[in-house]
Design a protein around this ligand. Structure first.
Ligand code: IMP
Length: 466
C-alpha cells in the first residue's frame, strides 16, 4: 500500500462520527513552535475524554475558550474543566504559579463552573516570586543572547527543580516545611538578587504569609495525581494528555537554547503525568497551515514584509499570555517531518487553513540549504540550524473563502492539493482540518483516534522525498 493511495482513501472517510467510540489514551502535541491551535483540538476531543491531563509547562501557556458568550483565559487548568464530569489533572511535570492558578479558579467559580473534578499534583514544582524576578532580570542580562521568554518564571522554576532546591506543592501544604524551605531558598536567592542584580532582599515572612494563603485555597485539590491516572487507566477511562508549547520548543529536541524548559513532545507525557509508554494509544499532532514563532531564535521560513503582516492580521497572531506579536512564515515541511518522527505522530490536525485563503501562491519548505549543501532533515546542531536557508516548493493558492467549508469536498481543489502535499511530504495522514475559530469550522477527514496506527501503516513503505 502506498501512502498516496491510503491518503486518498482517508480523504473519503470524512463522514465518520468521532464521538461514537471510546477515545483511548491520546496525547495531543504541538508540531511547531507552539500556538498551533491545540486548544481547539483538545476542546473537540475533551468531549470524549473522561480525564484531561496537563503534563508540562506552566503559565507560559495560555488559551482563550469562548463558551456561551463567556470568555475564559486559561493558563494552567485544562479547558476540559468546562465539560461537567471530566476530571482535569495538573500533572507533576508542570510548574505551578499558585497566584495565577487561583485567579483561574476565581474566574471559573464566578461563572458557576464546578471545580470538584480538578486535581493538582503534590509533586509539581511551584513558581515563587524570585523565579519571576530572576527570569526577567536574566533576560535583560543576556542582551543580544536573550531567549524572549514569557517572563513567567518558568526557566528558573525548572532550574531549581533540576538543581534539587525547588519547592513542591506538597511543601506548600505543610506549614513547618514551607517555612523552613522558604527561609532556605530566599537566603540563597537574596544573595543572587543583591550581588548580581543589585536589588533589595525579599522578606521571607512576607513570602510565607502569601504562599500559606495560596496553600489554604489549593489544599482541597492536591493529591497523588499519578495514582489517580493509574486508577483511571485500570478502569479503562479515556485519558487525553494535553501538551503545551510545541515540539521545536522542547528542552531536549527543540531549537536549543531558544526553547522552553520542559518537554512538550509526546514522550514528555509519560514523565510529566507519571504513566508508562505502553499506556499511550495515539499521538495527535497539531500544526498551523503556516508557521509562527514567538520570541527569539532562528526561523528559516519567516516572512518579513507584506505577506508576513497579512498572515499576522488574518491569523490574529498575538500571544494569549504576553500579547506579543508572533513572527509568521511559510509552512516548514522539514520541521513538520521532524515533529512526526520525534513524537511518533499517528495523525495531524491542520489549523487555520482559512488564513491562507487570499494568497495566489503558497510556499512550503521542503529542504534546507546549509553552506551550499542540500539538507533534507532538521539539523540537531543549533549552529547549523541558524544557517539554514529554506528551499521552497511553490503551490497555487485557491483565493476563495474556506471558512464555510464543512467537508473535504467543500474545499477548493487547490486547498485539497495543498493538504495532500503536506501529508505526503510528512508521511502522516491529516485527520482534522480547521477553517476558523468556531467549533463548527472543523472538518473531520478521518477518525484521529481509531484509524490505523501510522507506524503500522507506513512500516513497509519507502518514504517519498519531494
Ligand atoms: P519560557 O517558556 O517563558 O521560558 O520561554 C521560552 C521560549 O518559549 C520563548 O521563546 C517563548 O516565547 C516560548 N514560549 C513559551 N510558552 C509559549 C507558548 O505557549 N506559545 C509559544 N511560545 C511559547
Amino acid at each position: 500500500m502506498t501512502l498516496v493511495a491510503e491518503y486518498e482513501d482517508n480523504f473519503s472517510l470524512c463522514k465518520l462520527n468521532l464521538f461514537n467510540k471510546p477515545l483511548a489514551n491520546v496525547v495531543v502535541i504541538g508540531a511547531q513552535w507552539g500556538d498551533e491551535g491545540k486548544g481547539k483540538i483538545t476542546d473537540l476531543l475533551s468531549k470524549s475524554a473522561d480525564v484531561v491531563v496537563r503534563y508540562q509547562g506552566g503559565v507560559n501557556a495560555g488559551h482563550t475558550v469562548v463558551v456561551e458568550g463567556n470568555t475564559f483565559k486559561l493558563h494552567l487548568i485544562p479547558s476540559g474543566i468546562l465539560y461537567p464530569g471530566t476530571d482535569c489533572i495538573i500533572g507533576c511535570g508542570t510548574a505551578i504559579d499558585p497566584q495565577v492558578l487561583i485567579q483561574e479558579l476565581d474566574q471559573l467559580e464566578a461563572l458557576n463552573i464546578p471545580l470538584g473534578n480538578l486535581l493538582i499534583s503534590q509533586t509539581a514544582h511551584v513558581t515563587m516570586p524570585y523565579h519571576r524576578s530572576i527570569d526577567r532580570l536574566a533576560e535583560e542580562r543576556r542582551g543580544e543572547r536573550k531567549i524572549g521568554t514569557t517572563g513567567r518564571g518558568i526557566g528558573p522554576t525548572y532550574a531549581d527543580k533540576s538543581e534539587r532546591t525547588g519547592i513542591r506543592v506538597q511543601d506548600l501544604m505543610d506549614k513547618e516545611v514551607l517555612r523552613e524551605q522558604i527561609y532556605w531558598a530566599i537566603n540563597h536567592k537574596n544573595a543572587i538578587l543583591d550581588k548580581l542584580y543589585n536589588l533589595p532582599p525579599l522578606d521571607p515572612e512576607e513570602v510565607i504569609a502569601e504562599y500559606s494563603g495560596y496553600a489554604d485555597r489549593l489544599r482541597p485539590y492536591v493529591v497523588d495525581t499519578a495514582l489517580k491516572i493509574y486508577d483511571a487507566i485500570t478502569r479503562r477511562r479515556n485519558i487525553l494528555f494535553e501538551g503545551a508549547q510545541g515540539t521545536l520548543l522542547d528542552l531536549d529536541h527543540g531549537t536549543y537554547p531558544y526553547v522552553t524548559s520542559s518537554n512538550p513532545i509526546a514522550g514528555g507525557a509519560c514523565v510529566g503525568a507519571g504513566v508508562g509508554p505502553t499506556t499511550i494509544d495515539r499521538v495527535i499532532g497539531v500544526a498551523k497551515a503556516y508557521t509562527t514563532r514567538v520570541g527569539e531564535g532562528p526561523f528559516p521560513t519567516e516572512i518579513k514584509g507584506e505577506v508576513g503582516e497579512m498572515l499576522c492580521d488574518r491569523g490574529a497572531e498575538f500571544g494569549t499570555t504576553t500579547g506579543r506579536q508572533r513572527r509568521c512564515g511559510w509552512f516548514d515541511g522539514v520541521i513538520g517531518r521532524y515533529a512526526v518522527r520525534i513524537n511518533g505522530m499517528d495523525c495531524l490536525a491542520i489549523t487555520k487553513l482559512d488564513v491562507l485563503d487570499e494568497l495566489a501562491e503558497i510556499k512550503v519548505c521542503v529542504a534546507y540549504e546549509i553552506d551550499g549543501q542540500r539538507c533534507e532533515d532538521f539539523p540537531s546542531s543549533s549552529r547549523k540550524f541558524a544557517r539554514c536557508q529554506p528551499i521552497y516548493q511553490t503551490l497555487p493558492g485557491w483565493q476563495r473563502s474556506t471558512a464555510e467549508c464543512r467537508s473535504v469536498e467543500d474545499l477548493p481543489k487547490q486547498a485539497r492539493d495543498y493538504l495532500r502535499f503536506l501529508a505526503e511530504f510528512m508521511q502522516v495522514p491529516i485527520a482534522i482540518i480547521s477553517v476558523g475559530p468556531g467549533r463548527e469550522q472543523t472538518i473531520i477527514v478521518e477518525d484521529p483516534i481509531h484509524g490505523p496506527k501510522r507506524s503500522l501503516l507506513y512500516a513497509d513503505s519507502t518514504p517519498a522525498r519531494v
